[in-house]
Design a protein around this ligand. Sequence first.
Ligand code: ADE
Length: 265
Amino acid sequence: MSDQNAPLAVICAMAEEKSALKEHMSFMETHDLLGRTVTIGRLDGHDVVVAESGVGKVASAVTAALLAREFGCRGLVVSGVAGGLDPNLHIGDTIIAHSLVQHDYGHLHDTALTPFRPGIPPLGEHRRDYSFDLPPDLAGRLTRVAEEIALPDLPRDLLSPDAPTAHRRPDGLARRVLMGRILSGDQFINSETVRRRLHRDFAAQAVEMEGAAVAQVGALLGLPVVVVRCLSDLAGSESHLDFQRFVAAVAPGAAIVLRRIIREL
Ligand code: ADE
């Protein structure tokens, strides 16, 4: 990321995601930006401006553009939770995006959506460059760091045998941190059929509602965008219950990973 003296913008959609980061910040002051409270301070020695954007692509894109312009940010980071799409992943695993796709942008036919690059008319020849990808050197550095991160076990009471989702994280299995493709769209995914389709059509690991919109802003402004997401649910028929049960417990996982990778940004 360019001018190392400029701050990094960190965008969190929800309060739980922002407070997991604020706990580790120092020299904090607050600033109002069109109704969003921006916390300005330092995170492990790095200047950051952290905002709760609200949920969805428009809320996060507006926030990203405002932060970038108001504070002259050198890069954009999105930190928070997501739904897992890959059946090999479990609640509490964390994905760092090497590739971001707006899964709801494109040309809708009777039976399928052909994805297009956001910003260009979704008509005519299929545009294959619909994903926003990390530069290979940054992706390589983050891959190496990700392999070394160990996350603490989730609280046992959340995983107890009578918990509705207990079977999803086998006892004693270490939480994983890996690079992957993250999808974003203006929909909370609460369907096993849709989860399977998104995983198959996009070869993606996780789904959320902001990251690829911030990536579009980053592409326009020439800023790198890094998205870190800890899985709060598995996007299937119980995802609405899992999300509520796990959001506060897993949000700190994304903050831990961000604190480990921030020196690479
Ligand atoms: N963020 C967390 N879980 C999600 C889901 N299932 N769908 C979309 N965004 C999410």
